[in-house]
Design a protein around this ligand. Sequence first.
Ligand code: ZN
Length: 300
Amino acid sequence: MSIRGNHRRMRRQQTWFFWLIITVLAGFTIGHELGTQRVTAAPHQWQIVTCDVGQGSASLIHIDHDSAVLVDAGDEPDKLLGCLNWAGISKLEGIFLTHEHEDHVKALESVEKFRGTPVYVSTVFEQKQLPSGYTNLQRQLQGQSLGFTGDQCSVEAKTLSPDGLTAHLEASYNNDSLTELLNISCIEDRNLTYLATGDLEKPGVQKLLSQNPDVHADVLAVPHHGSKGAGTALLEATHPQLALISAGKNNEYGHPHQEITQYLAQHHVPTASTIESGHIATYVEQGRLMMVSSHARGRS
Ligand SMILES: [Zn+2]
């Protein structure tokens, strides 16, 4: 290995050591303010990657060495593919699309290689809004579970909402977001639950909680990019150990809203956002929740 390679490896080791120490000192705390160096690729044991797709949403759940389940895709193909590359993923076992809005689905239109992949949507998802070429549509009923198994992780995805009894609650796609509770069990007994919430707002959250009063998740995708309209009831109910926010820098909607970030800070919920951290990899290591990201805080 060249001197440069050695130097790079040392830097990497220092980064890992830094994160490990911080995690030990802080118990379970892993705030994004702790990151001072970028990680150029997700660590091999990652379980969830929250993709930086700008103002949109996309996340990956690890299945095999090179394969994952995708939850939403963002609207920019280059950003989606950049995230897959960062996570070392070339195959998808399944694609969940939470709802029809472009910032969650549009990127797939220009990505042909995943067109045969099963696409899981709610019972009220409008078929005409599917990205063109994606025809393997499977509708998820409330309470239904799906399993994915690979050599890294086994994942059970359970649909918590919508119930599909009413078409488009409050005439909005947002409140009928497919809400999936993902139970991610990886080698070495590394278990993690992740709640993917799409763009739920208060009416959708209320309905979700009335139908699933005991919902809990280790890691929560904060609904609707941290919009004020989503409220804090889901944050309160799920008691997450880590809250992840997908949003774009200087976005026109003001996501995430101060009311949401203040609530998380006041309740000491470690929080990271793609605005500051870029792609975010989350995993359990020796019983502790860990997080690394592609950018240090204060990215330009
Ligand atoms: Zn959205």
